[in-house]
Design a protein around this ligand. Structure first.
Ligand code: HEM
Ligand SMILES: *[C@@H]1O[C@H](CO)[C@@H](O)[C@H](O)[C@H]1NC(C)=O
Ligand SMILES: *[C@@H]1O[C@H](CO)[C@@H](O)[C@H](O)[C@H]1NC(C)=O
Length: 336
């Protein structure tokens, strides 16, 4: 695809962008629901069973797997690059970027599903598809949200830690920066607000938000957009970091304190009460456009569920590899 795009470049910038986006769309369109129906009919069932067992043992796993799909898709497309382990003598892989290590969880669930699938259909089902199925099954167990996942993704052969922070939005971003980060992936502001609803489950480490408690800015040590009672509670969980340090990297706090293990639209009610945990959550109330979407998602739970499902499918189609691109990894954490 790179060569084709650069050849087209000579035709002019407009047709360059146009043709390349057509190509990207064509490759996303070639994902299809039921891709494994003939070649590995039990693939999706095996993933679902593996996810259900893992979530039953640890409800937080659902959150981990949904986040894993996001971190995979925003960095080099949904190609399972997030699963590759760093190799000695090579630049570190995505998995070892501080945005993923140590907080990203669920690797062993993907490995287990992959091993079970390999035993039945060797070399057939990509790790990238397994992540997409696992995120969907997690949304179902944690929120009763169901959607069909188009599949046929292939696994990438490149994973670079350096690419992570250039592509993933940071927890201290404001609404404008979040919108820009999603726009770079071709995703809308409404999709950004809708998918932020994933923070209705799971946890964050104190280090991801303790600046809001102790070192917000020169005049306000505490973020005034944070409900004072909620801030007082958070301070009991996250003690002040030593001067110059980022904060406790071990302790975690639920992203949504009312229904921490239920993927639902209560997250949006909490934002209205100034109980968004990350700056990137509470900032959605800052501007008229995004706060309107928050209110809408809070009032219309069924509408949010439909948008969430659609946005997950869209996110799952970002920059995918298909057909003869990439490979089908035999072990998700290492190249073939
Ligand atoms: C809008 C921009 C986003 C930012 C800035 C962001 C940032 C973060 C941060 C900092 C954490 C906590 C990490 C830690 O301290 O352990 C987190 C957790 C989480 N994020 Fe996001 N995120 C965003 C969007 C998303 C999206 C689009 C999804 C999925 C669709 C998602 C799913 C999750 C989940 C489920 C957790 C909890 C993970 C767990 O408990 O293991 N996030 N996010
Ligand atoms: C958001 O952050 C950017 C970069 O720091 C800044 O230029 C912009 O003014 C901020 N926007 C708002 C609305 O605060
Ligand atoms: C600190 O933040 C508050 C609230 O956002 C703001 O009103 C104030 O101007 C900021 N102060 C500085 C020095 O940036």
């Amino acid at each position: 695809m790179t060569t084709l795009c650069s050849k087209l470049h000579v035709v002019g910038l407009f047709s360059f962008i146009f043709s390349c986006s057509l190509l990207a769309a064509a490759s996303a369109a070639s994902l299809k629901v039921g891709f494994y129906a003939q070649i590995c009919p039990s693939a999706e069932t095996i993933v679902r069973k593996t996810v259900n067992e893992a979530v039953w043992r640890n409800p937080g796993m659902a959150a981990g797997l949904i986040r894993m799909h996001f971190h995979d898709c925003f960095v080099r497309g949904c190609d399972a690059s997030v699963l590759l382990k760093s190799l000695p003598g090579n630049p570190p892989a995505e998995r070892d970027n501080p945005a993923n290590n140590p907080s990203l969880r669920g690797f062993e669930v993907i490995d287990e599903a992959k091993a079970r699938i390999e035993a039945l259909c060797p070399g057939t089902v990509s790790c990238a598809d397994i992540i997409a199925f696992a995120a969907r099954d997690s949304a179902y167990t944690a929120g009763g949200i169901y959607y069909a996942v188009p599949s046929g993704r292939r696994d990438g052969r490149v994973s670079l830690s350096d690419e992570v922070l250039q592509n993933l939005p940071a927890p201290f971003f404001n609404a404008t920066q979040l919108a820009q980060s999603f726009a770079r992936k071709g995703m809308s502001v409404d999709e950004m607000v809708t998918l932020s609803g994933a923070h209705s489950i799971g946890v964050a480490h104190c280090s991801s938000f303790s600046n809001r408690l102790y070192s917000f800015n020169a005049t306000h040590p505490q973020d005034p957009s944070l409900d004072p009672n909620y801030a007082a509670f958070l301070k009991t969980r996250c003690p002040p970091p030593p001067v110059g340090a980022v904060g406790d990297v071990k302790t975690t706090v639920p992203l949504d304190i009312v229904t921490p293990n239920r993927l639902d639209n209560k997250y949006y009610s909490e934002l209205r009460r100034h109980r968004g945990l990350l700056t990137s959550d509470q900032t959605l109330m800052d501007s008229g456009s995004t706060s309107g979407m928050v209110v809408q998602n809070e009032r219309n739970g069924a509408g949010w569920v439909r948008k969430f499902a659609r946005a997950m499918v869209h996110m799952g189609s970002l920059d995918v590899l298909t057909e003869t691109q990439g490979e089908i990894r035999r072990i998700c954490s290492v190249l073939n």
